[in-house]
Design a protein around this ligand. Structure first.
Ligand code: HEM
Length: 457
């Protein structure tokens, strides 16, 4: 199954790492800086001791490839903490059940299906642009991060669930998700595990948020089951699916978990990726001008379509570079099932492993001048020269994000449709700070003003 441990392998305790006090102080205060520092200071892999446990931080492409691809069956997710929200959905299930579910849902994400969804994506982006008109006219700033969240939420509802919930429910669901995510953030790097009965701040709000989401999603499923002529979307596909072996369909609870998973995974991440892209473009006018030139030349003012996505090479590179610097899924985890060996060290069964695209994407040995914005890093020539696992905003290997193609199409279409109309300027006094709230998001949002580009002359 694995690279079996050789006699040369050193014990896990020999892996260097920061002292315990530093871990509990800094990991809690600033997990992003802490993990990056840990990896850059202690190397490959690094070891954290938290709650009597050895936790590995891996960021070297060879180690990532080993865990996520070559020996992936030996590494499970164990995302217990997300279960109240996501249940047993595609993101959290394992083994045979995962393989079957992935096969079932994959057709929804084929290129052909994404092409068919592109016009719906653009329609939602244009609704956002219509909402923006008074702001552009008055010069009043708006929170671009919140706007991206609103838009990607409407896109996922329209494409995957044919917008079968009311705008009020969509708003309530969006807010409930924010409450639920804030709750996980508090848990993630908590140095001491508190027993469940200790009332954590926010846990009542968390429960209420889950109740709100359950009510909306079960209502959606009930209404859809009663439809004589249901629309051709993910929800109908889940309802009509039958197990190849048993002929059984999915229960309402299973469908609920999948709807919740796609709703969450399908909008929060793309919204943050776009918010960071607008932020970076406002700070880097040279790159922004190159993107506008590409948009103007290809589109000549017309609405972008799916066919344009592949042509918008520089715009794609900007989006990729923004996700290098600010990968929305900035951290994920695995746990070793059986003993294995990584980087010359023995990894006992049960060892948790942290994988952080944020860390890997900022390693100076992989990315010269890591903090510089350089979309050329994603030119075909430069991509060829880097190890594949040096860049993994969507993860890699068999459990790679199922929505990668969807998110790329949506992101590029949004950059194109908005970018050909407006220049977005960051408010000079606005504090932009990355916050690791489950996903990597701008803590205070991103306040920007809109400037119609055509008037620039
Ligand atoms: C920029 C946008 C996105 C980013 C950065 C992103 C990132 C990721 C990452 C890193 C994983 C692997 C997580 C892990 O192994 O623990 C993942 C998995 C997943 N993503 Fe995404 N994602 C994005 C958009 C989407 C969209 C649009 C959808 C659906 C419409 C989606 C659905 C999923 C699902 C269902 C999984 C689990 C796949 C499996 O385990 O088979 N994601 N995503």
């Amino acid at each position: 199954m694995t690279a079996s441990p050789t006699t040369a392998a050193q014990p896990i305790e020999a892996i260097p790492g920061p002292p315990f006090l530093q871990v509990i102080k800094q990991a809690w205060q600033d997990p992003l800086d802490f993990l990056l520092n840990t990896a850059l200071t202690y190397g490959d892999p690094a070891r954290l001791r938290i709650r009597d446990e050895n936790i590995l931080v891996i960021s070297h492409p060879d180690h990532l490839k080993h865990v996520l691809q070559d020996n992936y069956k030996n590494y499970v997710k164990g995302y217990e903490v997300t279960k109240p929200l996501l249940g047993e959905g595609l993101l959290t299930i394992e083994g045979h059940a995962w393989r079957k579910r992935r096969r079932l849902m994959q057709p929804m994400f084929h290129r052909r299906r994404i092409a068919a969804m592109a016009d719906t994506m653009v329609a939602e982006i244009e609704k956002m642009l219509a909402r923006w008109e008074p702001y552009a006219a008055s010069g009043q700033p708006l929170d671009v991060a919140a706007e991206m969240m609103h838009m990607t939420r409407d896109v996922i509802l329209a494409t995957m669930f044919s917008s079968s919930i009311s705008p009020e429910e969509a708003e309530a669901a969006g807010q409930a998700f924010q409450v639920a995510l804030a709750h996980f953030d508090r848990y993630m790097f908590m140095p001491v595990q508190l027993p469940d009965f200790v009332p954590l701040p926010g846990s009542r709000r968390f429960r209420r948020a889950i109740e709100t989401l359950d009510r909306i999603v079960y209502g959606l499923i009930r209404r859809r089951r009663q439809m004589p002529d249901p629309p051709d979307d993910l929800l109908t596909m889940l309802i009509q699916a039958r197990d190849e072996e048993t002929g059984q369909g999915l229960s309402d609870a299973q469908i609920r978990d999948e709807v919740m998973t796609i709703f969450l995974a399908g909008h929060e991440t793309t919204a943050n990726a776009l918010a960071w892209t607008w932020y970076l473009l406002s700070l880097h006018p040279v790159q922004a001008r190159r993107m506008w030139a590409e948009l103007d030349q290809l589109l000549e003012g017309r609405t972008p379509t799916f066919q344009d996505v592949a042509e918008l090479r520089y715009t794609t590179q900007i989006f990729q570079e923004a996700m290098r610097l600010y990968p929305p899924a900035w951290i994920f985890a695995r746990t070793a099932v059986a003993q294995d060996e990584i980087g010359g060290y023995t990894v006992p069964a049960g060892t948790p492993i942290l994988i952080s695209p944020y860390v890997t994407h900022r390693r100076p040995d992989l990315w010269p001048n890591p903090l510089g914005l350089d979309p050329e890093r994603f030119s075909p020539e430069q991509v060829k020269e880097r190890p594949r696992f040096a860049y993994l905003p969507f993860s890699r290997g068999p459990r790679v994000c199922i929505g990668e193609g969807f998110a790329m199409a949506e992101g590029i279409l949004a950059l194109a449709a908005v970018g050909q109309r407006y220049r977005l300027d960051l408010l000079p006094t606005f504090p932009v700070k990355p916050q690791s709230a489950g996903t990597l998001r701008p803590k205070y949002g991103i306040k920007m003003t809109l400037h119609p580009r055509k008037e620039r002359g």
